[in-house]
Design a protein around this ligand. Structure first.
Ligand code: SF4
Ligand code: SF4
Length: 464
């Protein structure tokens, strides 16, 4: 094959927002070993993509793999060179979009065969909203291509060849991927979901502007068509846990629903809401009108909440402890938020929330340090430097953790459920766990990987 080479490609990436660290990669391969997608999708080999991009090769099989980076950040902290891979992959996507290169690899390569929910996955990776000029093309193309995959899957409904039955508790990305893997290998699988509709955080946590909910519906319908039984409104607690005695294996994918608190005066006032509750309400009941909104936090959930709030017609200001160069959210997501009218003020913490019964505003105090010398979270404030901001709604996006109280010591827990990372098995022999319930907050890709890994252990266990 003759390669088409653009000698300027490397410089085009380096000169884009977030692309500068491109030149420091020395091909150690750590990112590829760490990337949860690379474990299942051959086309996404981050170090290989950088290598080919440096050579400027445009038509290599892997040169389109950047489209499949989901920006999960799993590789960032392990890169010895501090390469911001998700930012580089995003720079490549935006360059490709500008140069009118629709990601056609799906038409040529069946790379998504090994991904449990290809429609959702591809939508999140391609993120059509990132490229407004290009939106309708990508939008239409993704729908057509991935629906083709779903049709093909439907033609091949697997036979149940194993007598063992598996229960999956929770229908977020970890639960769905575990169920998908198991049913394809001939196991009978039942998903139990406590909400009215299945999908977990794909349904309630991700805002509709990032993931249209009809795509979640399609994936769940597809899973049911394969033979997975999905039961909703099924709450699990210690008393009902014994009911799972009839199952040969149980996979716990119960997510991360315990909200972190600010512990400041006024936190209980009406109008103060945690971001996960806010996003859930907006996703399940539809957008309602808002006026003056303050979002506290600077991570991905804060940006999602701010971008959702601005769609409710209000003015939205974000305040976070971190300085501008420390903000944990992706820069491109922040830029999207700014383009939509969200304002950001870094280096502020909340001193107290004002109001009698209903929130009226808050007092902020200057944050002069977020982490101590060992990198631990240890905010330090200048209490003299304060300011008042008026607000009708305050959204707290300051983190969440797994609520494992329902297990009532049935399996060992620490901050989350404790597992053997090689097998995903808990302290109970037939009980496995993954996703947010184990990790605290996992990306969708990490949760998907956990589900697949647990399924693979269960399959091996009952196939020997
Ligand atoms: S971990 Fe960093 S240095 Fe190593 S290959 Fe990946 S980007 Fe390059
Ligand atoms: S950001 Fe996530 S999906 Fe993208 S290369 Fe890194 S680990 Fe893989």
């Amino acid at each position: 094959m003759r390669y088409r080479v653009d000698p300027e490609f490397k410089h085009k990436i380096i000169n884009r927002e977030g692309g500068a660290s491109f030149k420091t990669c020395f091909q150690c391969g750590t990112c590829t070993a760490k990337c949860p997608v690379s474990q299942h999708v051959d086309l996404l080999r981050p170090n290989k993509i950088l290598h080919i991009a440096k050579l400027g090769i445009q038509n290599h099989l892997h040169s389109n793999g950047f489209w499949l980076c989901a920006g999960c950040n799993a590789c960032v902290s392990t890169c010895p060179q501090g390469v911001d891979l998700p930012a580089i992959m995003h720079a490549m996507k935006s360059l490709a979009a500008e140069e009118n290169q629709i990601p056609r690899f799906l038409c040529d390569y069946e790379v998504l065969r090994e991904i449990p929910f290809p429609l959702i996955y591809t939508w999140l990776c391609l993120d059509p909203d990132s490229f407004p000029r290009y939106h309708s093309n990508v939008n239409e193309w993704v729908r057509r291509s991935i629906q083709g995959y779903l049709r093909r899957y439907q033609e091949a409904k697997p036979d149940i060849t194993h007598k063992e039955k598996v229960a999956v508790i929770g229908s977020g990305p970890a639960g769905l991927s575990c169920a998908w893997e198991l049913i394809r290998c001939g196991f009978s699988v039942t998903i139990l979901e406590r909400e009215e509709q299945a999908g977990g955080m794909l349904r309630t946590g991700l805002p509709a502007h990032r993931l249209p909910k009809e795509l979640v519906d399609s994936e769940i319908q597809h899973l049911e068509a394969l033979g997975v039984v999905v039961k909703t409104n099924e709450d699990v607690d210690a008393s009902t846990f014994n009911e799972f005695a009839g199952y040969d294996a149980v996979f716990l994918a119960t997510g991360s629903h315990r909200k972190r608190r600010l512990h400041v005066e006024g936190e209980e006032l009406s109008g103060v809401i945690h971001a996960i509750d806010f996003l859930k309400t907006m996703n399940t009941r539809g957008l309602s009108s808002l006026d003056r909104v303050i979002v506290i936090g600077g991570g991905g959930v804060a940006i999602d909440a701010a971008r959702t709030a601005i769609r409710c017609g209000g003015g939205v200001r974000m305040f976070c402890l971190e300085a501008r160069n420390e903000i944990p959210g992706h820069e491109w997501e922040l830029q999207q938020a700014f383009a939509e009218g969200v304002e950001l003020e870094p280096s502020w913490g909340v001193q107290r929330i004002l109001g009698e019964k209903i929130v009226e505003g808050l007092i902020l105090k200057r944050c002069i340090q977020v982490f101590d010398g060992q990198g631990r979270f240890h905010p330090v404030y200048d209490e003299e430097k304060t300011k008042r901001v008026n607000a009708d709604t305050i959204i707290l996006a300051i983190g969440q953790g797994p609520d494992v109280s329902y297990l009532d010591k049935l399996v060992k827990v620490g901050r989350g459920i404790i597992i053997d990372p090689n097998t995903m098995m808990t302290s109970e022999n037939r009980v496995y766990a993954g996703g947010d319930a184990v990790r605290g907050v996992a990306s969708i890709m990490e949760a998907m990987d956990d589900g697949k890994q647990a399924a693979s252990t269960i399959i091996k266990r009952f196939s020997s």
